[in-house]
Design a protein around this ligand. Sequence first.
Ligand code: PMP
Ligand code: GLN
Length: 383
Amino acid sequence: LLGADGVVMPTIFAEMSALAARTGAINLGQGFPDDDPPRVMVDAARAAIADGLNQYPPGRGVPDLLAAIAEHQRRFHGLEIDPEREVIVTAGATEAIAATLLALVDSPDDEVVVFEPFYDSYAAVVALAGAQLRTVPLRRPDFQPDPEELAAAVTDRTRVILVNDPHNPTGTVFSAEVRAEIVRLAERHDAVILTDEVYEHLVFDGAHVPIATMPGAAERTLTISSAGKTFSVTGWKVGWIHGPAELITAVLTVKQFLTYVNAGPLQPAVAAGLRIEDAFFTDACERLAAKHTQLREGLEAAGFAVTPPQGGYFTVADAASLGGSDADAFCRALPEQCGVAAIPISAFVTAPHRADYAGLVRFAACKKPEVIAEAAIRLAALH
Ligand code: PMP
Ligand code: GLN
């Protein structure tokens, strides 16, 4: 996690956002939206601070938010959760991932199976936990895993299978067969399924299917989500994790020494968000899908080959035909070259698989249409 000179290496997101700021580029790198959150959430946060909810909240989370998470999981996914025993609030999805891996993995022989490319914190936390990372590549063109490679990766040493669906960075949504296979392998090898579903409301065709709803899954699955993406509040860092009470107790045991508790006044505000009517969630998803279409048209006009995402914030484009077969170098030059910042997929893969994804670039679509339009004009200059 340290550079050769002992200096902390910035994450790819920090690095590219700094480059975008320095060059005045449009930042389609780090995934954060430029929309405002729902009014009801802003008002609730203001009221909570004004009404004096400014001291430590309970460690599991504010009871109203725990109840709202349980209501939300029942309303959208038909999942039944005991809000007092089976859910905790965390500092974003990031803390939920860290606390869980630190809680469940305790020997250098333990393995965590992760699909690659992967969200950057997964490999970092597996390293912090002192465990082994086993990766299963998501194969082009549709970024689904090969069933044989998946089956080979899960063994009796596997403690956790870490799923991210919808997937960052590829935009893939796992097929029902892949989901069923993950559950079957977890059962056979007695592994826990840890599933990061922060993009649960951003599935463009059909509804999101949490892996916890698959037969046999609930008893061994910990499901993570976050307010950041759903409500355009990435800076609030309010997330949650739910699953069987004994696993949640293990996660809470670690969580209490990571952050102890999380921002009190933001919790009733997130509860208010989770209770907004269905139309809010479908509108947000439709608006994002339209932005992806707009972004794709701009990227294709500029000469990229685009894989349309099935969900989430990101569109992946192949820069090979633009001379970008080394996407890392391409993304480092892009802000100076045409005033747009993006992230190379190589930042999310292990060294042995870097060549499989060499020319791929991730662009964030969660920006206002006029921002995407301006980015498209700038990218057209690459031709
Ligand atoms: N998981 C995935 C897949 C993400 O894309 C992100 C970034 N939004 C996170 C986790 C982190 O979420 P949070 O900001 O809630 O910690
Ligand atoms: N989740 C966001 C992304 O993938 C950013 C998270 C971060 O900056 N760590 O771009």
